[in-house]
Design a binder for this molecule. Structure first.
Ligand SMILES: NC(=O)c1ccc[n+]([C@@H]2O[C@H](COP(=O)([O-])OP(=O)(O)OC[C@H]3O[C@@H](n4cnc5c(N)ncnc54)[C@H](OP(=O)(O)O)[C@@H]3O)[C@@H](O)[C@H]2O)c1
Length: 210
């Protein structure tokens, strides 16, 4: 499975407001790039907190891509907290809600996968998704989910768009939240592949060193 992480952060390294509400960080050039990237992947994955905070549709916008193919939408949601009226459940493309094995909830217009005892077990999830025909996965956030994919070294590539805004605040989420590491040795090493100006911002592309 090829796993690509993508996010947009401010110049001061935040991915949302201090209230964890979404804000505009990327620009038109970056949106076009992201929608093309989505269209090239078999599935797009986010955590349940992103669904609750932003209610993203996770589809490919025909404004940016001709003949959009709409990848599978996947939500990591151990306890089944995805709201029934969330846009990912609108039936406009195939959706998989991944809960832990103790959760019994089902969702309209979505398949359910049970995987893991507490959090979703990502190492077990990958082969399950492969069996369902998914061989490329775009991880779009949020902070905790991106950290899990990096920390487990399941991510292969990371795209970070750096928008020319400052959000500030100690509590605003960063691209990688979660537990973090407490030693230099445990840091996730990245290899910079490219850095290019994209309109008003900068696009960084890294490979995860494994
Ligand atoms: N700028 C951007 O590019 C961008 C993109 C997306 C999101 N965001 C922002 O990111 C923020 C949300 O990030 P977040 O860190 O609060 O939440 P998140 O990463 O969206 O979701 C985390 C939740 O997913 C569930 N989960 C299940 N299995 C997991 C696993 N193995 N690893 C990690 N999480 C797992 C957990 O909830 P349960 O315990 O209930 O299962 C966990 O609390 C929002 O502010 C949003 O606006 C920004």
């Amino acid at each position: 499975m090829k796993v690509i992480v993508n996010c947009a952060m401010s110049a001061d390294g935040k991915i949302a407001l201090k209230t964890r509400k979404q804000t505009r960080i990327s620009n038109e050039e970056d949106k076009k790039r992201v929608h093309k990237l989505r269209n090239s992947c078999d599935a797009i994955l986010v955590g349940v907190e992103t669904v609750i905070a932003d209610d993203p549709k996770l589809t490919v916008n025909g404004k940016y891509v001709r003949n959009p193919r709409n990848p599978v939408r996947i939500v990591l949601d151990s306890y089944g907290r995805t709201p029934k009226n969330a846009l990912v459940l609108d039936g406009s493309s195939r959706t998989i809600i991944v809960t832990n094995s103790g959760c019994k909830k089902n969702f309209p217009n979505a398949e359910t996968v049970r995987c893991g005892r507490k959090d979703v077990d990502l190492k077990k999830l990958i082969p399950i998704l492969e069996k369902r025909g998914i061989s490329s996965l775009l991880v779009e956030g949020g902070s905790r989910v991106i950290w899990s994919f990096l920390e487990s070294r399941l991510a292969d590539e990371v795209f970070i768009f750096v928008g020319s805004v400052v959000i500030g605040g100690d509590k605003a989420p960063t691209p990688a939240g979660g537990e973090g590491v407490d030693s230099e040795k445990a840091m996730v090493a990245l290899r910079l592949r490219s850095a290019k100006v994209l309109g008003s911002g900068v696009l960084l592309r890294y490979e995860v060193v494994k």
